[in-house]
Ligand binder design. Structure first.
Ligand SMILES: NC(=O)c1ccc[n+]([C@@H]2O[C@H](COP(=O)([O-])OP(=O)(O)OC[C@H]3O[C@@H](n4cnc5c(N)ncnc54)[C@H](OP(=O)(O)O)[C@@H]3O)[C@@H](O)[C@H]2O)c1
Length: 312
């Protein structure tokens, strides 16, 4: 498993990281616990040293699982805090008092001291600039209680605000259909040497190319709310832009999608979301080797995506 530096942190992380949202049973529906264990063990055996989670995944159950199952001497865990599930309805909180409690709970569940990488979980710009949470997270770093901190974000404005505050890591969606945020942030990221965790590399499974526009999702699967049949049909049509790149070495659309992400040297790790060992094995095998996509292929892919109506 090849490694890349996580920005200016002194950590070297595997190019493929394992995300645990899908494994938690939240988001995509239930997974049997024995399979969760097998996926975690398989990932460690494959040399994956970066595991992405959040305190809310399974209401803490996934952090607990990672705390019990991962070998601490050869893995790093990224966790995220900032969602208060005890309030009704759940609310985002980035004030010092709440973050302190959340941090201590995560540390107890993960059984690590220091914690490796702690991210603020989808704050707004206001959540970053106008709360005392920043003071707390910086103090954790100064006291050696965390190795690095950053933000998981859904907009360039939030990423920029966090980078201005000194965030060392940003996690954001990055895939062939959703590439503009990272591209717009590239000079800030290079200038400040920020580590980048690319998530949703398969656009929640859409980029496998196995779906029909009529695909139905089980209740509780976040994808049921994400696209209607018309939007799904458009996205599925746009997958035609990827098909010319499938060949003997790059055997599937999934491989094209993953290699697109790995081809970007700003990306420290592609955070995968397999929900079974079979899916993890496919992704690991199909990632292939550098050059993941040649420069000429990247240029042609961008042109084809643009031609298909994708913002690039
Ligand atoms: N705000 C945040 O911080 C945030 C948000 C989203 C994600 N994340 C992190 O990023 C991780 C990955 O995100 P994501 O779930 O959006 O990732 P993704 O890779 O885009 O989508 C995961 C889905 O893709 C399908 N899939 C995965 N491997 C496959 C394979 N080999 N063949 C066919 N289908 C495959 C599965 O769908 P099926 O179940 O239909 O097979 C799976 O549920 C999460 O686990 C989480 O750790 C963080």
């Amino acid at each position: 498993m090849r490694k890349r530096p996580l920005g200016k942190t002194s950590l070297d992380v595997s190019e493929l990281g394992l995300g645990t949202w899908g494994l938690s049973g939240d988001g995509y529906g239930p997974v049997v616990m024995a399979e969760v264990d097998r996926v975690l063990d398989r990932a460690v055996d494959a040399g994956i040293n970066l595991f992405d989670t959040a305190d809310v995944y399974g209401r803490g159950a996934m952090e607990k699982k990672l705390g019990e199952r991962l070998p601490k001497d050869k893995t790093y865990v990224v966790t995220k805090i900032g969602t208060d599930l005890d309030s009704s309805p759940a609310q985002k909180r980035f004030d010092m008092s709440y973050l302190r409690t959340a941090f201590e709970r995560s540390r107890d569940r993960l059984k690590r001291d220091p914690l490796d990488i702690v991210l603020l979980h989808n704050p707004t710009v206001h959540g970053i600039r106008a709360t005392d949470g920043m003071l707390f997270i910086k103090e954790l770093k100064e006291r050696g209680k965390i190795r690095a901190w950053g933000v998981s974000c859904g907009s360039t404005e939030v990423a920029r605000a966090a980078i201005e505050e000194g965030a060392e890591v940003v996690e954001l969606a990055y895939n062939v259909f959703v590439a503009t945020d990272l591209h717009e942030l590239s000079s800030d990221i290079s200038h400040h040497k920020v580590g980048v965790l690319a998530r949703s590399v398969l656009a929640h499974g859409l980029l496998t190319g196995h779906w029909s526009p009529e695909r139905e999702f089980y209740p509780g699967d976040h994808r049921a709310e994400r696209w209607n049949t018309r939007e799904l049909g458009i996205r599925i049509g746009q997958l035609a832009a990827l098909r010319p790149f499938v060949n003997e070495d790059i055997p599937t659309l999934r491989a094209v999608a993953l290699r697109f992400v790995l081809s970007n040297q700003l990306v420290s790790s592609a955070i995968l979301g397999p929900r079974s060992v079979a899916q993890l094995d496919q992704l690991e095998r199909e990632a292939g080797e550098p050059p993941y996509l040649k420069d000429t292929e990247m240029v042609e892919l961008a042109a084809r995506l643009k031609g298909a109506g994708v913002k690039v």
